[in-house]
Design a protein around this ligand. Sequence first.
Ligand SMILES: [Mn+2]
Length: 264
Amino acid sequence: MNDVLLANDWEGRQRMDEKYDVIGDVHGCFHEFKNLTVRLGYDWASGLPVHPDGREIVFVGDITDRGPESLTMIDVTAGLVEKGFGRYIPGNHCDKLYRWMIGRPVQVSHGLECTVRDLNTLPLKKRSDIMQTFIRLYEQSPLYLILDDGKLVVCHAGIRGEDIGRPVGKRLRSLLLYGDTTGKTDAHGRPERRDWAKNYHGSSLIVYGHTPVGKPRWKNRTVNIDTGCVFGGSLTALRYPEEETVSAVSSMPFTADSFRSFSD
Ligand SMILES: [Mn+2]
């Protein structure tokens, strides 16, 4: 009898305990992604990172562009999602790559040219396979994730407390993919952004990326884990429910101008 109860309890706990490693913007930095997941205890023997404790990888988007191995990241991400070992939401780069793949007119710039170049070096069959894989991944992915009964929210660039749980309309879609932009540009010609995290007073932890910062930036119950791996910073994971960050140093050249600093 005790054994049965223990077994049920154990099964219940396996279902209830949601454990995630949320990964910041990878931008084709497969080498750093692999290093980081190994440090987090993932086993690559199957060709995909699998955790012995059933932890799941969650990507905040922007897995491709700029970096050296965007196509490998597409394969790995799609493989994890297909097998139920991981989750993914698209970032603005993913959205643009998708639109390019389905033949929409987009500017092949800001790192998309690297992914397109990599695709164009492949034999036609392989090129078509990877495009189908990415199109399928993108089309089946939500723009944000509500996990652990709402205690954890993952988005690419931003969300407001009152948006959580709401269907995604045009305004929310833009906030999720691009952040809270003013429509103006700053001295570097980059979109001027409002600090939405400053105005967030909810209790769910919001994990996001999109804006490269020197180290993970905590503000209220939000954390930006885009530590600019492709710009020579590091690739960061937020371990949940532990709420601790782990970063793997980047092998890419450091470009200080790519990082934002906040006055808080
Ligand atoms: Mn982004």
